[in-house]
Design a protein around this ligand. Structure first.
Ligand SMILES: [Zn+2]
Length: 274
């Protein structure tokens, strides 16, 4: 093996087709949407959901979804920016969420990590909770999946989600919580979506959760440009690199990547309606 630093390549490169990326941020990448989509297609990605984290991004992701038949949008104000959810933002999100190319409301949720590490720039927890409840109401009204961000807020999140209106589906994006939380979430019917951190050596509990989840409650995502899977950890992530994460989840479930792609394709359709 060469010691030279490898450039990111879609891996595995041979024969992979009909995989998806259930949560990505095309808008946050330095490359154009067209370049990212083209490389993703070459890596076997046939469907992806691009996520807006504020109003500017939410408008942009719906536009992107209109341009590419294999790209779909999710719109919301990110929990750390929940203070931006004013009346004008609510009115516009109501419209955007009804767009046929918008398949989910999110990411919304709770984030105590940034409250601890950057309190000046982060909405307080009670503001985040109110925004989460509003987004959950919107998702229920438009009949689309509620896409959840959770960073170090397991107990509060489970408490709030137990009391929101009934949802089409609740998807826990970039699932990173302990196994016990995974089991509770699966019992409630939530869908766990795993990102590149499932490949990190220390995250044995995440791999166990990915092994336990029924195919009907399992998705795979990049959360690009963050959460780059091994062996490219530390580099900028993009949908074309998602094969590594698929491979890792397939390995823990004891199936081939292509079998896993077949097993999970209906889940993507079930969750996003496309
Ligand atoms: Zn995200």
């Amino acid at each position: 093996m060469s010691k030279k630093k490898r450039r990111p390549q879609p891996v595995p490169v041979d024969g992979l087709h009909n995989i998806f990326d259930a949560h990505t941020h095309l808008y946050s990448h330095k490359d154009s949407d067209a370049a990212l989509v083209e490389r993703a297609r070459a890596a076997g990605v046939t469907r992806m959901v691009t996520v807006g984290d504020d109003m500017e991004e939410s408008r942009a992701v719906v536009e992107t979804a209109r341009q590419f038949p294999d790209v779909f949008a999710a719109v919301a104000i990110h929990p750390t920016r929940a203070g931006q959810l004013d009346d004008a933002a609510r009115a516009e999100l109501e419209q955007l969420a009804q767009d046929p190319d918008c398949v989910a409301v999110g990411e919304t949720g709770l984030d105590t990590y940034w409250i601890k590490h950057s309190p000046e720039d982060t909405a307080p927890l009670e503001v985040q909770e109110e925004a989460l409840r509003w987004h959950a109401g919107l998702a229920a009204r438009v009949g689309k999946t509620l896409m959840i961000h959770n960073r170090e807020a397991d107990a509060d999140l489970l408490r709030v989600l137990a009391t929101v209106p009934e949802q089409k589906k609740v998807m826990l994006h970039c699932f990173s919580s302990p196994l016990e939380v995974a089991k509770q979430a699966l019992d409630r019917g939530y869908v766990l979506s795993f990102a590149g951190n499932v490949t990190f050596k220390r995250n044995e509990q995440l791999r166990e959760a990915a092994r336990l989840a029924p195919a009907s409650q399992l998705l795979i995502e990049t959360d690009a440009p963050y959460m780059t899977p091994e062996p490219f950890r530390g580099q900028r992530n993009e949908p074309a690199l998602i094969g590594h994460t698929w491979q890792c989840v397939a390995d823990v479930r004891g199936v081939s990547v292509q079998q896993l792609a077949e097993d999970l394709a209906p889940t993507f359709t079930d969750v996003f309606g496309v």
